[in-house]
Design a protein around this ligand. Structure first.
Ligand code: FE2
Length: 299
């Protein structure tokens, strides 16, 4: 059983906080939550329509890059046990569990994965109030895909130390899908030349909501990169867009729910346009691939 119960989301650095903030609220459909005046000049936190206190964060920085991945743990007992196990096995844990800065009342700690990414593992008893947004605004973060120069050992680390399970994989470790609950994947690790975020996906209610959200984003001036369509592995509907910092963001819905009776068999998929998009409306555009893969150097 996974020691991580869910993916909460990401915190990214942005060199242009005003433009990124305008995109995620005015076009993408998230709501910025209240922060004090001093904090809001240098960072911003956003919620979806679901109960998660916030699902995405931005901090002003010199370059667009990943700062941390936020993962949920079920409760304080589980959090302490996970911390103890990571320390005992010599993982790069940064301090004991404590109340974390920022909104949401999260209690947790940070560990670095084998690529050096900061993973913030946390629990909270807070829940967001009912959202003023209607469909098709995002409910929460669905999944994140990360590039890695060492995809297979990184996946093995997530399996061994955080208890994630492999749901499916593309050939040659092109993309390995990991789950921490019944959603087919909350995390994907793909073999690449850097450790950047490949893309980040936000969950909508269903296929109709993905289509409506995509139309609305285009009407508000967002640049679509690929879709709409439906993936083979994971079975989810997708529509990919570009944010002002060249991050790739996805609207998604209808991920396969993996039964918890042990009957699921992970399989290896060929990397074909037909598997990438079972609707037959085409594989990823060259521009989508270039932005997902990112530049060759490791930041
Ligand atoms: Fe995705």
């Amino acid at each position: 059983m996974s020691r991580v119960s869910a993916l909460r989301g990401l915190v990214l650095a942005t060199p242009n906080l005003a433009a990124a903030r305008a995109f995620y609220t005015g076009i993408w459909g998230l709501d910025e939550i209240e922060a004090d005046g001093a904090a809001s000049a240098s960072c911003a936190f956003f919620r979806g329509r679901g109960p998660e206190p916030w699902v995405f964060g931005l901090e002003r920085g010199e370059a667009a890059r990943l700062l941390r991945v936020l993962l949920a743990v079920a409760g304080r007992k589980e959090l302490d046990a996970l911390h103890e196990a990571l320390v005992r096995t010599g993982q790069r844990v940064q301090g004991p569990p404590a109340l974390l800065p920022g909104p949401g009342g999260y209690h947790g700690f940070t560990v670095l994965d084998p690529d050096g990414r900061a993973l913030e593992l946390s629990t909270t008893e807070h829940a967001a109030p009912a959202s003023p947004r209607g469909v098709p605004a995002p409910l929460r973060t669905s999944h994140v895909v990360l590039n890695s120069p060492q995809a297979r050992p990184v996946v093995e680390w997530y399996v061994r130390h955080l208890g994630l399970q492999v749901s499916d994989r593309y050939e040659n470790d092109g993309l390995i899908f990991l789950r921490c609950n019944r959603d087919h994947h909350c995390l994907g690790i793909g073999q690449g030349s850097n450790t950047r975020v490949n893309h980040q996906a936000f969950l909508l209610d269903d296929e109709a909501a993905v289509l409506a959200a995509g139309r609305a984003a285009v009407a508000r001036g967002a640049q679509a990169l690929w879709g709409p369509g439906r993936h083979g592995p994971g079975g989810n509907v997708f529509h990919y867009f570009r944010d002002p910092d060249d991050n790739v963001v996805e609207y998604t819905a209808e991920l396969i729910q993996v039964p918890d009776d042990g009957s699921w068999q992970a399989k290896e998929w060929q990397r074909t346009p037909a598997n990438a998009n079972v609707w037959g409306t085409g594989g990823p555009s060259p521009q989508a691939i270039a932005l997902m893969n990112g530049p060759a150097e490791t930041p």
